[in-house]
Design a protein around this ligand. Structure first.
Ligand code: THU
Length: 134
């Protein structure tokens, strides 16, 4: 299913749960599974700054912890409060590559409602995966 207006409402609600007292940069993620479940993710920071967990990975870890498997995901929508729609960091791109289909849509949004559609493969071309271990 392609992007729908309620994805934006959901991802903004996810963002409202961010714990970002250090950067004050709140990020939300809205992950949808192929069987219709949804998961919110938000960034969770720490006084030891490098321990911060990104919103994208929060949502994926929540879903995997509930029993979902690699390939079970339909799309992820991400949001930030920036002039430019969100852009998943390199670590999140690698985790998306691990757990999601290469052609899974990644909808990147901002507080203005702007949206850029990409895919896992477009965000991490020539990425490393389990197939490369053979
Ligand atoms: N952040 C995310 O949640 N997702 C990204 O893809 C980029 C960065 C968070 C981590 C940190 O809490 C804050 O944004 C500033 O880097």
């Amino acid at each position: 299913m392609s992007y729908q207006s309620h994805y934006f409402k959901e991802v903004r609600e996810a963002q409202s749960k961010a714990y970002a007292p250090y950067s004050r940069f709140k990020v939300g993620a809205y992950l949808r599974t192929k069987d219709g479940r949804t998961f919110h993710g938000a960034n969770v920071e720490n006084a030891a700054y490098s321990m911060a967990i990104c919103a994208e990975r929060s949502s994926l870890v929540a879903a995997i912890s509930e029993g979902y498997k690699p390939g079970d995901f339909e799309s992820i929508t991400v949001t930030v409060d920036s002039d430019k729609p969100s852009s998943p960091c390199g670590a999140c791109r690698q985790v998306l590559k691990e757990l999601c289909d290469d052609d899974m849509p990644v909808y990147m949004t901002n507080h203005k409602g702007e949206m850029i559609k990409s895919t896992v493969n477009e965000l991490l071309p020539l990425g490393f995966s389990g197939k490369d271990l053979n």
